[in-house]
Every structure is written in structure tokens, then in C-alpha cells.
Design a protein. Structure first.
Length: 563
């Protein structure tokens, strides 16, 4: 910071004047001295928690970021948010609370930053909802900001093979099918999560981290640097210093998170074969910065971008493998050189995407993690938007790793995940069925729970690709198979999925991008008239409030729509 430039764009209301003596007295108690009141106050938003390996190390990363801010001339203060573990909350009522945690994290960062009059923010996240939540808050506040991803977990090892949390979910199905015994199941449980970091495949946490990097909101390499590497600690300190530079240059999130930046994010997600949750979260982040992003934008970009990454859940490798051969920067360089990225987009380095990538080494040639552009896994992105009389406002399917792109079968209708789980365990589901789980959307769940337990059981029972699963809820980034989620409008608001009956023939076609059921207009009208909206599952508390406020999945399931 120079003597001529006062970077206290908001905190001067606390650090100047006799009337703010009590305010400054409070800050002296936490360590401020006279000289600190002349510096910009920077909030370091930490999502540290012991409830999940994704976030268990972030307290140390926050301290590294704080030191980076201090060394660059800022006055940093660490504050915390909540987080939940998707892996621990999966498969039971706890999963209802996962997506709402995104809103609470975003709201809490917005509240603390505005209440304390911080001049800028470094936000550090880990588990699935952390990254979109931090970026939503950053977008709303529009102060200079840098996001840091806590990093991916190392793969576990079992019988010489890489294993991860999805291995454990699928092992449950294998156990119930008699393919493994209780001792083997316990061994899986003990080996899949060896330490800190977010789930290792191209699941939601790594997907959204890659999207954040592609948007320019992280330092290059943030999304693929492993959690426990020395590089991650260095990155945190550099992010603190970068934040001060953004203040000096008055570069703000809305200068970075433009429509073209979101197009870059979608491009990278498609090339990596990311999670379907990217639709939900990118729509929500775009809403926070007032960028007009729709499902049609995803589809437009999908058609131009090949699927290159052979990453779990449908592939072989994990994020650490990608990091070892050049990481997300290497993938972005490949895409940029082939005209698939907007190189002129500004980033938190103060440079453009093209400038950041200029000195990045190309991906290693002797590797099989990322396919060459002339030999992709699929010529187009694997995340497909579907529409039809079952989803007039859209639905999302992930078609990676599937040979059959069309599925027709009878509906097996369940009004909860628990009902569907029991049916699968009883072997009620047969090859060719379309399992329907409804009344689990944003309002109906409420909270739009993920269906990883169900999809993993289907895979474990040998039915992967042999049955289809559709829902107005969500799927984990670890889900794979013939699955369709985010069906909108949802059942709770009278979407057509509410009118399905057992045995109705459903067609899902990713080539024509249709999702429909065979029904006459007269019969549909009769069922619509006979439908009775079920009561909300929660009458009070946070979930009741969430259900009242939340928007459709097709709009990002946000809770701050304009009145």
C-alpha cells in the first residue's frame, strides 16, 4: 500500500473519528494496534469444521491467508461460517439440510462482511456447498475478493486400487447383493477417506472449484491442488496478497464474473464431465451478480465442447491424477488454444485468462487422464438439458459413461427416497424400469436432497444403465448411471411429475433431448384436476422458511428472488 492510496473503502467509518472510539476499543481487544486502523480491514471467511474431512484443515489455510494479507499491508480478521458434510448427511433426513446450507453460508458471509465494514474478502471453502455459497456472497457484496478452494482429498488404497467415498456407497449395494461380506465392507469403510480434503473424483466439490477457477475467481491451479500439499498453503498466502492488489486496482467480482466468465466455467465443466449440480450452483452465482444465465446457455455451450476427462464417477481417475499431469490450468490452456475459452476475461490476478495461461505448461503427452481433442470420450459435453411434458421447465441428465442414450420403460413411482430404497433392497426393481422419486424438490423435500445412496445401490446391485432414475431432487456428483434430476416444475408445486402413475411409459432421449410420458391430453387434464397438493413437511423453523422462499431448480433454487 502506498502512502497516497487509502484502501479503506468502507472501514474508515470505524477507524476514523472520535465517535468511533468504542468501535476501535473492541478491535483492540482482538489485537488491533494504532497502525492497523490505517490499513484496509479484510475478512477471511473460513468454512473450517470438524464435521467433514473436506473442511477439517481449513483453519490452518485461513491462518495462511491471514498472514498473506498482513504481509501485503492489510488488517485481516478470520470469521467462520457453518458447513455440513454431504457424505455424512447422505441417505437420510439430514440430506434435506444440505442445499439450504448453501444459502446460510452465503448469507452469513454477506452479513458479517457488511456488519464489520470489511474492505475485501478472502473466502476459503471445501465441501460441495462451500464454493457456490462463497461466490454467491462475494457476488452480492461486490467488494474485492479472492476465493480459495481447500483442495481435494488423496485417494484411499484398497488391494492396490484407488478408492474413494463413492466406493463405500456402492459397496453397500454389493453387500446387500451378497457380493462382499461384512468384513470386506468394513475394510472399505476404513480405507476410502485417508485424510483432509474434498471427495476426490469429478464430483460436486471439484466441479465447482474448477468452475470458480475458470471464472477467474481463484489463483491459477487452486481447483486441482491437493488439500495437504505445500502448494495449497503457499496459494493461501498468495491469495491474501492478491486481495490487496485487487483493492489497489479497484477490481471487483462483477468485473470478473461476467457472462463470458460463466461461459468459460460451463466450458470447463463440460470438458471435465462435472457434476449436474453445476447447473444449480452456476445459476445461483449468476443470480448473485445479476448475469442472465439460463439452461439454454448450458446447452448451447455443451454442443461445442467435447468431454475430455476420464475422471470418476464414470471414469477411472481422481483429481490428484489430473493435478499430477498439469491440473485444471493445463486443461484450460488446451481449451484456450483451440478457441473454446474467452481469453480476455479478467481474473483475480489482475490479468486475463490468456495472460495467466501464457506460461502454463501443456498437459503431459504420455497420460490418459485427459483425452486429446481429436479423440474425446464424447464429441459433446455429457451434461444434457432435457425438456418435454414431464419437465416443461427443464431437467438435467449426465450421460457420461453410458452406451445407450435413450431409455423407455414403465414408471415405478415413489414419493420419497426411503420408499425407493426399500423397493431396491426388496429387489422390486427390474431391468427396464424407470424409478421415479418425487416430492423431493426444493420446496417438496424441502431442500432438494441428493440421491447418491439410491444410485449407488442400483450400481451395487448390477443394475447400472439397466434401469433409469428420475427425480425432482438432485444427484450427487458421485452418481452415475441413467439418471435425470432437477425436474421442473417440481411435484410439490403441481409439476407434471406429480401426475405420474405406476406403469406409465416414460421415454428419456438424450439425443432428441426429450423427457416425456405417454398420456392423452384428456387423461392429463383429469389427473391435474384430481391432484391435491400435499402439506409441507415442516411447519416451522429453518426448513419451513426455506420452503416458502426457495425458487425452482431451473432458476438455481435461490432464496433471494426480487419481490
Amino acid at each position: 500500500m502506498t502512502d497516497q492510496q487509502d484502501l479503506r473503502i468502507r472501514s474508515h467509518v470505524i477507524s476514523e473519528g472520535a465517535n468511533r472510539t468504542p468501535n476501535r476499543a473492541m478491535l483492540r481487544a482482538v489485537g488491533f494496534k494504532d497502525e492497523d486502523f490505517k490499513k484496509p480491514m479484510i475478512g477471511v471467511a473460513s468454512t473450517w469444521s470438524e464435521v467433514t474431512p473436506c473442511n477439517m484443515h481449513i483453519d490452518q489455510l485461513a491462518r495462511e491467508a491471514k498472514q498473506g494479507v498482513q504481509a501485503a499491508g492489510g488488517a485481516p480478521l478470520i470469521f467462520n461460517t457453518i458447513t455440513v458434510s454431504d457424505g455424512i448427511s447422505m441417505g437420510h433426513e439430514g440430506m434435506l439440510f444440505s442445499l439450504p446450507s448453501r444459502e446460510i453460508i452465503a448469507d452469513s458471509i454477506e452479513i458479517v462482511t457488511n456488519a464489520e465494514r470489511f474492505d475485501g474478502i478472502v473466502a476459503i471453502g471445501g465441501c460441495d456447498k462451500n464454493t457456490p455459497a462463497c461466490l454467491m456472497a462475494i457476488g452480492r457484496i461486490n467488494l474485492p475478493a479472492v476465493y480459495v478452494y481447500g483442495g481435494t482429498i488423496q485417494p484411499g488404497k484398497l488391494d492396490g486400487q484407488d478408492v474413494d467415498i463413492v466406493t463405500a456407497f456402492e459397496a453397500v449395494g454389493q453387500y446387500h447383493e451378497g457380493q462382499i461380506d461384512e468384513k470386506q465392507l468394513h475394510e472399505v469403510e476404513c480405507k476410502v477417506c485417508p485424510g483432509p480434503g474434498a471427495c476426490g473424483g469429478m464430483y460436486t466439490a471439484n466441479t465447482m472449484a474448477a468452475a470458480a477457477e475458470a471464472m477467474g475467481m481463484t489463483l491459477p491451479g487452486s481447483s486441482s491442488t491437493p488439500a495437504i500439499s505445500a502448494d495449497k498453503s503457499v496459494e493461501c498466502a498468495r491469495s491474501g496478497a492478491a486481495l490487496i492488489e485487487l483493492l489497489k486496482k479497484d477490481i471487483r467480482p462483477r468485473d470478473i464474473m461476467t457472462k463470458k466468465a460463466f461461459e468459460n466455467a460451463i466450458t470447463v465443466v463440460m470438458a471435465l464431465g462435472g457434476s449436474t449440480n453445476a447447473f444449480l450452483h452456476l445459476l445461483a452465482i449468476a443470480h448473485s451478480v445479476q448475469v442472465d444465465l439460463t439452461l439454454e446457455d448450458f446447452e448451447r455451450i455443451r454442443l461445442k465442447v467435447p468431454h475430455l476427462a476420464d475422471l470418476k464417477p464414470s471414469g477411472k481417475y481422481v483429481m490428484q491424477d489430473l493435478n499430477d499431469i498439469g491440473g485444471v490450468p493445463g486443461v484450460m490452456k488446451e481449451l484456450l488454444e483451440n478457441g473454446m475459452l474467452h481469453g480476455d476475461c479478467l481474473t483475480v490476478t489482475g490479468k486475463t485468462i490468456a495472460e495467466n495461461l501464457a506460461d502454463v505448461k501443456a498437459l503431459q503427452s504420455e497420460q490418459t487422464v485427459i483425452r486429446p481433442l481429436d479423440n474425446p470420450l464424447k464429441p459433446n459435453g455429457p451434461l444434457v438439458v432435457l425438456k418435454g411434458n414431464l419437465a416443461p421447465d427443464g431437467a438435467v441428465a449426465k450421460m457420461s459413461g453410458l452406451k445407450n442414450l435413450r431409455f423407455t420403460g414403465p414408471a415405478r413411482v415413489y414419493n420419497s427416497e426411503a420408499e425407493a430404497t426399500e423397493a431396491i433392497m426388496r429387489d422390486d426393481i427390474r431391468e427396464g424400469d424407470v424409478v421415479v422419486i418425487r416430492y423431493v424438490g426444493p420446496k417438496g423435500g424441502p431442500g432438494m436432497p441428493e440421491m447418491l445412496s439410491v444410485t449407488a445401490m442400483i450400481i451395487g446391485k448390477g443394475l447400472g444403465g439397466k434401469v433409469a432414475l428420475m427425480t425432482d431432487g438432485r444427484f450427487s456428483g458421485g452418481s452415475h448411471g441413467f439418471v435425470v434430476g432437477h425436474i421442473a416444475p417440481e411435484a410439490q408445486v403441481g409439476g407434471p411429475i406429480a401426475f405420474l402413475q405406476e406403469g406409465d411409459m416414460i421415454t428419456i432421449d438424450s439425443e432428441t433431448q426429450e423427457i416425456r410420458f405417454d398420456i392423452t391430453s384428456e387423461e392429463l387434464s383429469r389427473r391435474t384436476s384430481a391432484w391435491v397438493k400435499p402439506p409441507q413437511k415442516f411447519g416451522y423453523g429453518v426448513m419451513a422458511k426455506y420452503a416458502r422462499l426457495v425458487s425452482s431448480a431451473s432458476k438455481g433454487a435461490v432464496t433471494d428472488l426480487e419481490l
